[in-house]
Write a protein that binds this ligand. Structure first.
Ligand code: NAP
Length: 526
C-alpha cells in the first residue's frame, strides 16, 4: 500500500492525465522522485459522477457501519507505517516528531467521529406525534432528522499535510455525516496525499462500500479546483488556505445555477492581549513564551499569534525586550513550500518598509532554501487603525505589537479588527475586571477566546470551535476542527404523516438504532 505511482484515483480506478508535475523538497529546493498526473476537468467530472452514484448507499449506512468505516480508514493510515512519515518529511520540511503527532491527530479524529456516530445525537431525531383530537385543528405527525447534503469536495491544506489534508478534519467530518468525498490534493505534498488516498481507497473496498465514496485528484491547476466546485453533483466544499483562494472558490460556488456552501478557513492574526498585572508580574516570562508560540512550526499555523495588544509602560517594554532576546536566537526554519516562503518574505518586506512600523528583532537568517527568518515589529494604535494592511495575515513567524496609550485605545484597536479564529487574554487575577470589560469585544470578533495559554495548538474535541467571523472563515456558524464540524455537511429533513415503514430508521416507532430522541420536546432515551 505504500506505493506511489502518481496516478489519479477515481473510485477504484487509476488514470493518468496529459501532463505531470513533481513534488519538491522545500528543505533543499530539489524535485522529489515521482511524476504526478495532472488531473483535469474530465477527471473532476468522472469523480463527481461516481460520488453521486455512491451517495444513496453511503448516506444510508447505519451509524455503526459508517463508524466502522472511519475506524478502518484510521487503521489503513497506520498500516502505511513509516513510509508516510518519511515522504511527508521530504515534502513539507516538517520534523518527524511533528508529523508523527499529526498522524496521531488524524487517526484520533477519525476515531472520535466514529464514537460520535455511535452515540447518534448528531441525527437530532425529533418527533412531534400527531394530535388528532387537538382543537381547533388536529396536528399531523411531524418528524425531523439530519441527513447528509451530498458529495463534498475537500481542498487539502498545505500546512497540515496529514491532519488537514486528504484524510483530515474536513474529510473525516464529511464521511461521518454520510457524504462521499472528492479530494483536490494539495500540490505541495502529492506523495503524502497519494499514500493517504490509497489507504482510504483500501478502507472503502474492505468495507464493501461503493467505489465512488472517495476519489483523489492530484493537480496544480486552478481549473481543476474550479471544475470541482462548479460540478452540479457537488453539494458542499471544505477548504483551508489563503483568503484569495477561499474567496475565489466562494465566488464560483455562489455563481452556480444551484449555489452551494463553501466552508473556507482562510486568514486570522489571532490577537493576544497583554493585561497590566500579567505584564507587571511576569512580562519577561510571557515575552519568551510568546516567541516559542510564534516560531513553532515556522509560524505556519492559522492560529499563529500575529498581533499583540498591550498598554504602554515599563512592563510592556520588559515583555518586548524579552521577546526580542528570545527571537534573536531563534533559528531559521524551513517553510512548507517556495510559494509560502515567498509570500512570507513579501509580508515581512511590507511591514519593514512601513514608516510607522519599527522592527524590534529578527531571528537568525538561513543560508539554505526556503528558510523563514522570524520577525517582530511594533507600532502604535493610531498607525494600526489608519492602515488596513497592518492587519493582514503574514503566514509564518511574524508578529506586530501594538502599544496603546490607554484602555480606550485597546478597545478601539479591538473594534477595528477583522474576524479572527482566536483571541487570547494574558491575565492575572487582578486583571479580571478589565478582562470582563474586553471579553464581549473579543467574543464578537473571534471563534475561540482563551486565557493564559497560546492560540497555537487546537484540541480536537466536542467543544472546540476553529472558526470565526470573516475573513477567519467564510461561514461564521461553523468550525473545521472538532466534532461540531460534521454539521456543515448535514441538513434537516422533516417527514409529515409519512407511514412508519417508509421513515428512515432514526424516526421509526421501533427506534431500531436505539437513539435518544426528542419526543414532544423532551429528550427521551431509547
Ligand atoms: P492556497 O493558495 O489558498 O491553495 C490551497 C488550495 O486551493 C490548493 O489546492 C490550490 O490549488 C487551491 N486554490 C487556490 N486558489 C484557487 C483558485 N482560485 N481556484 C481553484 N483552486 C484554488 O493556499 P496554500 O498554497 O496552502 O498557501 C498559500 C498561502 O495561503 C500561504 O502563504 C498563506 O498565506 C495562506 N494559508 C493560510 C492558512 C491558514 O490556515 N489560514 C493555511 C495555509 C495557507 P493550486 O495550488 O493547484 O492552485
Amino acid at each position: 500500500m505504500s506505493e506511489i505511482n502518481g496516478n489519479i484515483l477515481i473510485g477504484a480506478t487509476e488514470e493518468r492525465g496529459q501532463a505531470t508535475f513533481q513534488g519538491r523538497n522545500p528543505a533543499t529546493g530539489e524535485s522529489l522522485p515521482g511524476a504526478f498526473a495532472e488531473a483535469g476537468v474530465e477527471h473532476a467530472s468522472a469523480a463527481c459522477a461516481l460520488a453521486a452514484e455512491a451517495f444513496p448507499v453511503f448516506s444510508t449506512l447505519s451509524p455503526a457501519d459508517r463508524a466502522a468505516f472511519l475506524e478502518s480508514v484510521a487503521e489503513h493510515i497506520l498500516g502505511i507505517g513509516d513510509a508516510l512519515i518519511i515522504r511527508a518529511m521530504e515534502e513539507s520540511g516538517l520534523p518527524r516528531a511533528r508529523l508523527e503527532g499529526e498522524r496521531g491527530r488524524t487517526v484520533g479524529q477519525l476515531r472520535l467521529f466514529a464514537s460520535v456516530l455511535r452515540q447518534g445525537d448528531w441525527l437530532e431525531a425529533t418527533i412531534d406525534p400527531a394530535m388528532p383530537d387537538r382543537a381547533p385543528l388536529p396536528r399531523p405527525d411531524i418528524r425531523r432528522v439530519n441527513q447528509p447534503v451530498g458529495p463534498v469536495v475537500v481542498f487539502g491544506a498545505s500546512n497540515f499535510p496529514l491532519a488537514f489534508s486528504v484524510a483530515g478534519g474536513d474529510t473525516a467530518s464529511a464521511f461521518a455525516a454520510g457524504c462521499p468525498v472528492v479530494v483536490k490534493g494539495h500540490p505541495a505534498h502529492p506523495g503524502t496525499g497519494e499514500l493517504v488516498a490509497r489507504a482510504i481507497q483500501a478502507a472503502v473496498a474492505a468495507s464493501g462500500l461503493p467505489a465512488g465514496t472517495f476519489s483523489y485528484l492530484p493537480g496544480t491547476t486552478q481549473a481543476l479546483g474550479a471544475a470541482l466546485v462548479a460540478d452540479p453533483r457537488v453539494k458542499a466544499v471544505g477548504f483551508t488556505g489563503s483568503r484569495a483562494g477561499g474567496l475565489a472558490l466562494v465566488e464560483i460556488a455562489r455563481n452556480r445555477p444551484e449555489p452551494i456552501p463553501v466552508y473556507a478557513e482562510m486568514s486570522s492574526i489571532n490577537p493576544v492581549l497583554l493585561l497590566p498585572t500579567a505584564a507587571a508580574k511576569r512580562g519577561a516570562d510571557l515575552g519568551a513564551a510568546f516567541i516559542q508560540s510564534l516560531t513553532m512550526g515556522a509560524g505556519q499555523f492559522c492560529t499563529n499569534p500575529g498581533l499583540v495588544v498591550a498598554l504602554e509602560g515599563a512592563d510592556t517594554e520588559a515583555f518586548i525586550a524579552a521577546a526580542a532576546q528570545s527571537l534573536t536566537s531563534a533559528p531559521a526554519q524551513v517553510m512548507l513550500s517556495e510559494g509560502i516562503w515567498r509570500n512570507y518574505c513579501s509580508g515581512i518586506d511590507l511591514l519593514a518598509g512601513n514608516e510607522r512600523v519599527t522592527l524590534v528583532a529578527r531571528g537568525q537568517a538561513g543560508e539554505e532554501a526556503n528558510r523563514g527568518q522570524a520577525a517582530l515589529f511594533r507600532t502604535d494604535a493610531d498607525a494600526f487603525l489608519a492602515d488596513p494592511t497592518l492587519s493582514h495575515e503574514v503566514f509564518g513567524s511574524s508578529s506586530l505589537v501594538i502599544v496603546c496609550r490607554d484602555v480606550a485605545e485597546v478597545k478601539r484597536v479591538l473594534a477595528g479588527l477583522e474576524g479572527q479564529l482566536t483571541s487570547t487574554l494574558l491575565m492575572d487575577p487582578e486583571d479580571q475586571a478589565l478582562a470582563g470589560e474586553l471579553l464581549p469585544l473579543l467574543t464578537e470578533k473571534s471563534g475561540r477566546v482563551l486565557a493564559n495559554g497560546w492560540p497555537t495548538g487546537v484540541e480536537v474535541c466536542h467543544a472546540m470551535v476553529h472558526g470565526g467571523p470573516f475573513p477567519a472563515t467564510s461561514d461564521v456558524r461553523t468550525t473545521s476542527v472538532g466534532t461540531l464540524a460534521m454539521v456543515r455537511f448535514l441538513r434537516p429533513v422533516c417527514y409529515q404523516n409519512i407511514p412508519d415503514a417508509l421513515l428512515p430508521p432514526a424516526l421509526q416507532a421501533a427506534n431500531p438504532w436505539g437513539l435518544t430522541r426528542r419526543v414532544n420536546g423532551t429528550l427521551t432515551p431509547a
